[in-house]
Every structure is written in structure tokens, then in C-alpha cells.
Design a protein around this ligand. Sequence first.
Ligand code: UCC
Length: 538
Amino acid sequence: MFLQEPPRPGNRMTSDPALLGALERLLSEQALAEVRQDLTEFAARVAGEFGPLQAAAEAQPPRHVPYDAWGRRIDRIDVSPAWLELVREGLAAGLVAAAYERPGPDGRVLQAALIQLFQPASAMATCPMAMTDGAARVLLAHDRDLAAAHVPRLAGRSGAWTSGQWMTETPGGSDVSRTEVTARPSADGAWTLHGTKWFTSATTADIALVLARPEGRAGDESGLSLFLAELRRPDGSWNGIGVRRLKDKLGTRALPTAELDLDGTTAVPVGGLGRGVAKVASMLNVTRLWASHGAVGPAGHLLALARDYASRREAFGRRLRDLPIHTHWLSELAATYEAAVALSFQAAWIVGAAESGQGDPLLARIVTPLTKLACARQGLTVASELLESFGGAGYLEDTGIPVIFRDVHVQVIWEGTSSVMAHDVLRALGKAGAREAFHDDLDRRVARAGHPALAATAARVAKAAARLRDLTAAAGEATARPLAWSMARTYQAALLCEAASQRPADTRLASAARVFCRQPLVTDDGDPGSLAELAYGG
Ligand code: UCC
């Protein structure tokens, strides 16, 4: 009987040219030399010992224990020890710490590699880390005292604290201006929080940043404030927190996501009262970067498996890799993956540069939602097609492939859906100087695309970039999605052409640019007629 050998991902630090190429482009030789060994050892652990931990975490999803044996309300949330170990491992490897130990572009680029490597074997242990990174940025930006007290332990490695991010309530996950949780002043100058948070991820956190409305404040965004709450009192009991239930989710099943009732949760305002949405936005910008890496990493892992499988699996008398139809398909997926890696790493560089005062915050402001929009969806699409590339085996739970596909799906939703990202791009384009920052950066990259074999491709990208200047000048809500996608695709195309031109001998990169640019880069809506009739069927 013929038996198929299972595909193996190998060590992606040696087998993933897109990932390695991005590191080589964006880190100096010295910086890469400093981190290469650690990254390679970490990638070996991802391919080896973390897989069984992930499987154990998935096999033991979180459990809510409302009462103890004697009838006392305890609201314990039991999570798999394997999942907690993955959180410890990720923190110890520096997934959060990298951005603080090396503030600037290098730190965010190194972090990008760590997240993209870890994500497919992490059982979503990256979720609390993303929020922790975001919380540290908020505190550094808005509250010097809270930052001094908390950032050293949030940005640490062994024994580091983690933070939650509690925004979503029943009136809306996108429209947080309708937040109903209230904050009441208490006698000692602290505040207490009251109400229900509808989606709270990673309830194992030590602290959470919570959006709430001080009593008597306006019922819109202007009345909101951001608070920091510790989840537990010194005796280990909940800080005025009751667990309604755990969420039953399509994926991210090892991650404890709960509905929480806040009833007297002691908290302190972050940076004083007011401007709650604007403050939490600095957290969202960080977690959106993580969500981008969180989609690209799993696509890279599945691509590595698919490449290995193509060398082992025979069909119709040939290995898959020798079937032209398979090669054509995988090359398209590889080109999209290459573009997603290029954009996600470039965004990490741009954000790191802006955070450390070496780069343009307006460019970071616009590139962040573009990156989340494109990379989350591309990671999901590529993962879906790669699942298919294993035939029926890709559909079987015990191959470990379906869990990756389920988990990657969340990246298009949390931290803002695609429409929220497109809307955020519009909002960012409206900031004085932001549009120019984006176009100038794009044009600089287009100008550097001088690869001799890419003349026609580079000309298409230049034409798209020029057309985009008109489109971004006249941007409106109805076409926000196609506009944001046009910006993201054109920027990715420019990054690929630029990268290929830096390394003319790397024919693989030039092919990636050509294949990626076969699709239309800019969507011109033209006059499509009655969209409402089409959308709603009447
Ligand atoms: O919590 C969730 C799950 C947690 C787990 C995450 C882990 C990730 C792990 C990855 C692992 C690999 S999911 C919940 C996610 N929720 C959201 O993402 C909210 C989505 N909604 C939005 O983003 C909306 O666009 C809002 C809330 C920002 C829009 O609200 P408003 O009320 O319309 O807000 P405004 O008026 O547009 O903005 C209020 C202020 C403005 O400042 P000023 O007044 O100075 O102009 C905006 O410029 O906030 C500013 N602002 C921003 N600033 C708004 N968005 C941003 C931004 N992105 N960056 C900077």
C-alpha cells in the first residue's frame, strides 16, 4: 500500500527566501549578524517542540468554572498549561521585548520576524503579547507615571506582565463611540468601572486598558476616557470582575475570550480624563501591525509545507513540483506571499522609525491600516488556497492544517474589519501632509525600480502610482475600499520592483514582481450603476 510522507516545514530561517530577503533588505549586516543565530534557533523550536504544545493547547480549550464545590462564585477560567507555556516562550523569545530593547526600525523588524515565525505554532499565544505591546505604547505616549510603573514589566521577557484591551461592547465592535461602560469617581481619587465588555481576549492578563464613559459625560466619542485596571486584587481575587461566559469561536480556540461584567472594578485614568478613542488608537495601530504579521506568518508556514509536499507527493506519474499546472498555481501564491512579507516588514520598519523619531509618523499612520487591510486578507486567501493544495489531507484536523486556517481568519476581523481599515485610510489621508508623505514614499520606490528585466512591469507600477495621486485627492466613503486596496497593491508592487532591482541576480524576486503585477493594481470604479440595488437585491 502506498503511504504518503507528511510534509515538513523545515527551518524557515533557512528555507523561506521571502522572510530572509526582507531581513536582509531592512537590517544592516551587523544587525542581522546579531540576531540571525537566535532567530534560527527559535525557528527550529517552532518547527519542532512548539508543534506538540500547540496541539495540546488546542485539545484543551479554556473552561469557565463559575462556582466552587461549596457554591461560592469564583469565575475561574482554566486554560491549558501548554497554552500558558507558549505565552511564556513567546515573551521569553522577545516577541514584545524586541521593540523596546532595540527601539527603532531594527527592533520592529526583528519583532516582525519573531511573530511571523511563531504565529503558526503559537495557538494564538501572540494575542496577549500584541495587546501588551500596544498597552506599553499607549502608556509611553500618554502617561509618564503609569509608563514608569508598568512598561518595564510589560516590555520584559521572563515573568513579563501581559495586558488586555477592553473596548468591544454589545452596541458595536467597530463603533466604539457607543461605549456604555461607565466610570464613577470613588472617594480615594480612583475610579470604579460598571457595565459589560462583550469581547475580551486573553483574560489571563495582569492589567487591561479599558474604554469607559465617566458618569455625566456626553454619549458620544467626546465623553470617553481610557482607564487602566489590574485584573486581580493583591489577594488574587477578581477586581470587581464577573465572567458571564467564554466565547465559542470559529478559531482561536485555545485563547480565553470572555464576556465580562465589571461591577466596581477599580481603575485609574490613562493620561487624565478624555480623548479615550484617540488614546486607544495608539494601541490599535500596534495590534494592527501584529495582526498583519499574524496572517502573513501562517501563510509562510503553509507555503513551506506545500513546497515540501510538492517534492514528495506523486500524481499522474510525476511529483507535484513537476506538474506545470501545480507550479503555475504555487507561483501565484508565492508572489502574493512575497508581496505580503515585503509590505508587513516595510510597515514594521516605518512604524519603528516613527516611534523612535527617525521616521515620519504620518507615513506610519497611513501605512498601518493599509498593511492590515492587505496582509490580513492576503494571508487568509493564500492560506485557503494552500489548504486546497494538499487535497483532502488539508481538510483533516490531524494534519494540523485546518487549525491554522481557522486561526488566520480572525486577522481580517479583529483590530478592525477591512471596511474599518479602509475608513481609517480615508481618515489618515485627511491629515495635513499624510497624503503627500505616502505618495512621496511610493514615488521614491517606483523611481528605484530599475531592474533591466522589469521595465514593462515598472512602467505599469509608475502609471498606477500616478493615477493613485488623482484618486486619493478625491477620496470618499463609497469607494474607500477599492481605493485602499489600490494603494496597498501599488505600494506592494513598488516594494517588489524595488527589492528585485536591488538584487538583479535574484531572478526569483523579479518573477515575484512580474507575477504580482499581472493583476490590476488600481481599481477605477467608473460608473457601475445602482450599487444599492446590486448589494441588497432590490
Ligand atoms: O479588542 C479586540 C481584540 C483584541 C485582541 C487583539 C489581538 C491582536 C493580535 C494579533 C496576533 C498576531 S478587537 C476590537 C477591535 N476594535 C477596533 O479595532 C475598533 C475599530 N473601530 C475603529 O477603529 C474606528 O474607526 C474608531 C473607533 C477609531 C472610530 O471611532 P470614532 O468615534 O468615529 O473616532 P474618530 O472621531 O474618527 O477619532 C477619534 C480620535 C481622532 O483624533 P482627533 O480628534 O485628534 O482627530 C482620530 O484622529 O481618534 C483618532 N484616531 C486615530 N489616531 C482614530 N483612529 C486612529 C488611528 N488609527 N490612529 C491614530
